[in-house]
Structures are given as C-alpha cells and as structure tokens.
Design a protein around this ligand. Sequence first.
Ligand code: ADP
Ligand code: SF4
Length: 690
Amino acid sequence: MSATHDVPAPYDILFEPVRIGPFTTTNRFYQVPHCNGMGYRDPSAQAAMRKIKAEGGWSVVCTEQVEIHATSDIAPFIELRIWDERDLPALKRIADAIHEGGGLAGIELAHNGMNAPNQLSRETPLGPGHLPVAPDTIAPIQARAMTKSDIEDLRRWHRNAVRRSLEAGYDIIYVYGAHGYSGVHHFLSRRYNQRTDSYGGSLVNRMRLLRELLEDTIEEVDGRAAVACRITVEEEIDGGITREDIEGVLRELGELPDLWDFAMGSWEGDSVTSRFAPEGRQEEFVAGLKKLTSKPVVGVGRFTSPDAMVRQVKAGILDLIGAARPSIADPFLPNKIRDGRLNLIRECIGCNICVSGDLTMSPIRCTQNPSMGEEWRRGWHPENMRPKESDSRILVVGAGPSGLEAARGLGLRGYDVTLVEARRELGGRVRQESLLPGLSAWGRVKDYREAVLAELPNVEIFRESPMTADDIVEFGFQHVLVATGATWRTDGVARFHTTPLPIAEGAQVLGPDDLFAGRLPEGKKVVVYDDDHYYLGGVVAELLAQNGYDVSIVTPEAQVSSWTVNTFEVNRIQRRLIENGVRRVTDHAVTRVGVGGVEVRDVYAGQIRELDCDAIVMVTARLPRDELYLDLEARRERGDLLSVRGIGDAWAPGTIAAAVWSGRRAAEEFDATLPSNDEVPFRREVTQLA
Ligand code: ADP
Ligand code: SF4
C-alpha cells in the first residue's frame, strides 16, 4: 500500500501500515512505553502529552509501565497504577486522548516482582527467590520466593488488569518482561531464578510464567485488543538473560503475542546517552530475532535519522520504529518525515534529562523540547504558538540556547525579532561544549533552532555584535530579552565552599571558559576540582587526559559527576575515567591552592593531604553574566525602554534544558496578561478526598 501523503520516495517504506492483531497502524512509527514522572499524580498532563505525540504521527502511543497490583508498588517513583476500578478514569483519559490524536493506545501492564520495594503498600515483595529488592537505595529489604499459590495470585491479578485495560479502552495490552523491572524478567533470568520446581532450571521452566501470562492475556482479550510482549533480549550482566535464552523464548512462544517489543535488560542499557553509545546501539542484540517469529517486531535505538530507520526495516531488523526519546524531543518527527521537512526535525541529543525527571519523581522535561510536560499545565505545544498580540519589535541579546529558543518562539508568533550575538558562531554554551569529548550531539540544540530561524523572515540575526545598554537604547529597542549566559567561577565557590578558597599568588588556576577559549594548562600534572557534580567535571578530566596530562579529579562526592546517576551515566563516567588513567580522589574537597600543589581534605574525617600539580581546573559554579541586564533595568526605570527580561543562564545558571525552557517561557509570556505571582503559575490536579 502506498502512503497517503507526499512522502519523499526514499522514506515511503516508513509509511506502510503494519498489522498488529486486530488493528492496522497508519505507519511504522511506534512510541514505546516510557516513564515520564507524571503517572498517577498528573494524569491529565500525561494525557495531553500522549495525545500530541499521536497528532505528530506516532501511530501507536503507549503508557509507561502500569503497576497491576499493590505488590508491584515502586514508590517513590511515580508511574501509573491499575490496582482497581478507581484507577480507570485516569487511564481512560489517557487512552481517549491518544485516540483523539489519531493513534492506537497501548498499555504496559507490569508486575515489578522483586524490583518493587512496596514502600507505599508495605506488602512483601515477590520474586523467584529470596533475594534483596533491586533498587538498593530505596529499601534494605528482601523479596520472598514465590510459592505456587503466589504465582496463581499473580496470574489472577494480571487477568484483572487486562480486563480493566479493555474497559479503559486500550488497543494494545502488554505483558512486560524487560528491563529488570518485571517479575517475568526475573523468572527468565538465571541470575535471579535458581528455583528447582517447574518454574526454574530449564529455559522452558523459566519461561513458564511468561507463557502463562501471555495465554491468560490472550484468552481474556479474546480478539478485542492486540497482545504485545516486551522482552529483554540481552541482560548484559553475568548470569543474566542471553541471546540463547531469547532465541529459545521466540522458538517456543514466538507466535503467541501479536507483537514483540525488544528491549535491553535494564532501562540504563536501553537509554544510553549519546556520550556513551551511538544511534542504533541495540542493533547487534536485536538483529536476526525477527526471523524467529511471523509477528511484527518493534525496537528502539534513539532513532532520529530517517535513513537509519529505513535501514532497520529494509534490513529486516525491525517492522516498527520504536522510540521514546526521539518522540519526546520531537513529537512531530513522523509528520516531518512524511512532509519532507527533515531539516526541521528536532533531534534528540541523547542527554537523558528526560530520564532525570522520572528518577527525581518530577514531571518529564526535555532539553530539545521545552513544551514536553507543559502541554496541559501551561498549554504549550511543540510546534504551534499563539499569534502575536501587538506589533512590538523585540531584541534578543545572546544566541545561546535560551536566546535562540526565545527568538524562535517570538518569531513563530509573528513578532519582528532582532537576535544579536557577540561571537561569529551561534549556540553559546552548546557550541562550546559540543567540541568536548562525547558531547557533539549538544550541537543539535543550536542546529535545530538555526534551521527554524532561517525560515522565519521576521527574525534578523546579527553576529559579531556585542551590545551595550547604550547601543540598545540608541537603536530604539523598547523590548529586550537578555540571554547573555554565565561565566564559570575560578575561586572554588560552589557547594562545599560558599566563600572563596585561599589561592596562592602565582598558582595556575583555570576554569572551563579557559578551555573553551583554547587555553590549556602549562605543565603536566593537573587537578580538576568537580564541585558541580554534573557532566562537565568528568568531561574536562577526560579532555585533559586525552591531551596527555596526568590528571586527578577531586570531588567532595562519593563519585565523580555524582548527579549523573539521574541520567544513567555515573557508572560509565567512572569507567571511562579509569580507562583514561584519571585518578579519582572522591570524598575530598580542595581547601587551599598553592603553587605546585593543592591541599585536599577528607570530607568525613577532616584529614588533610597535599596533591602535587602544576595547575588546577575548577569545575564548580557559575555567575550570571547580568551586567547588561542590570544596566538595561536601570534604563527602563528611567523610562528609556518598556520591558527588559533576563533569561537562561544570565538569569540563573542551570542546565541547557532550563535555559531553553526559560527562552520558551519568555516567548510565551510576551504580551500575555499574567496572573500575579501569588498564584500557582500552572494547572495542576489535586488529590480528591475519599
Ligand atoms: P544560555 O545558556 O542562557 O543560552 P549561553 O552562555 O549559552 O547562555 O549563551 C549566551 C550567549 O550570549 C553567548 O553566545 C555570548 O557570546 C552572548 N553574549 C553575551 N553577552 C553579549 C552581549 N553583550 N551582546 C551580544 N551577545 C552577548
Ligand atoms: Fe533526548 Fe535529552 Fe530530550 Fe531526553 S531530554 S528526549 S535525551 S534531548
């Protein structure tokens, strides 16, 4: 069948329908289940988010994992629940929204098994054996080995959840056995399953629970919905699920479900950041499995390139292009390919800020797509904005992520925008950081916005144009957004020290801005001091090691780049530093900088020692570059102009995601009548009293 729209011929194949049980998709774009930190707490926000993806062309849109029972409770994380009928209105709202958007709605039913600490329900966790629950930071407790009667219970709970999913209107109902988050996975994996009964030992026994849940689901569904199975294809850990296991599962059960959804043995293994894995990293584990079943298969790989997608289909690796992150960064990715607007694809940069939302129990956010999570709360849309409300002309100073996004938003709304940038290159910090090891994808934040701006005739860009308040007033600008960024400090102030460190005269002290400007330390031995705890400290150490320096990295935390536990990078970062020969001096703060060495202190016991070095590079904290903002604000008070707003790092240094969001917010709020800031600035749902 040929595509219904004007698809550039090479991508036709992506717009072919695929049959999944009783349904047929409109194309091959499939938003696989993904967490979003909204779950049961923010169901309407989630519904709006999922609907927009369906509108953007994802022919299947799924929920995240949905806990089927109070013994599958992964508090404090916020996912969906289908514990009883009372959860159905929220689930129905999500299914309805996906249908309104034009997609098929999938629900991922999950029993988390020994991965559920049950901190809310206080039920005993259930697993194949007596083993500690998996999220070791949540509760120091163990799961109990399930008896046959526990297994009977689990099967009944799953059936109940299937029945309720049909009632809520879902078209595709999952049996979940992936990511180490599911009892099915634990039973399959010899690492956890050492049972000697009919559910342990041989592969046939280890897959018995999966077979039973699939058969139960198929019987319960009775042709009214498609049945999907999400399964681990490789656990990447000693004793875990292997290729041989998954091939055996497909030989035995390959024809049972209507769809196979292939995943890795951990979420971390599926959502690797661009710093550590390329697009399509799963291919080596998934290739060849499709031929073991006649049913369609879906898989992920942070696919943003239509050519890579076409290859997956043509090479017979996947039938459906699965995506979580690419659909978060660009909910309209399918439609943009369909319409030949490839240059306007907002490519995921692989930073995992989206993941950090879920892991910090906060609503999802995205570096590339500032409307993610704000669709219902603030009424933001990834592609559209309300038209301008006046003929105001707006100056945006600084073309980093916040300035670029503000110019994009205001330009889209139809305002006349002038964007000025001191340097020749646009992009600010994302351009600078994209030149560091592993961070080239950061450049996509700039590339996407440059592409949009190039199509907006009402936005003028002036490069190599540093502006002062006098220039701005002289040119007659009445409305100014100041996006001038921030400067890295080199005085040691950050989290551990809130006042400057003693630094000896003649000591060689550098910061990231020196490295961005191409200045490297003199000498051979360098100490990097990471009191920022996000990625940059580790990246700087890697850069210096690659440039031949003898590098030690000192941090008051127990791990370098400790916050990256929330982006699934912390373990990979330690490994990469070790591989690069970087010495990690953890649990220590730099307390004095001398010539030829620094003094460091153990943060627990207070012992002091010296580390020899020729230079120190501080990756600590930043100061907003806000002189221009302050000057303009003073001029505004004098009546020289009408409005001034600081945005992004110039207002408060933060993540790239925060800067982009701030630019978007300023564009949304220009000319808007805003409620007083005594009010909650967004819509929210409040628990209804019983
Ligand atoms: P953010 O993350 O908030 O977008 P960045 O530091 O990435 O901030 O970007 C700030 C940009 O502003 C940089 O590209 C910088 O060169 C530019 N800039 C700073 N001061 C001025 C100025 N006075 N006039 C024009 N451009 C400026
Ligand atoms: Fe991609 Fe980063 Fe957005 Fe996640 S937050 S979807 S990784 S750009």
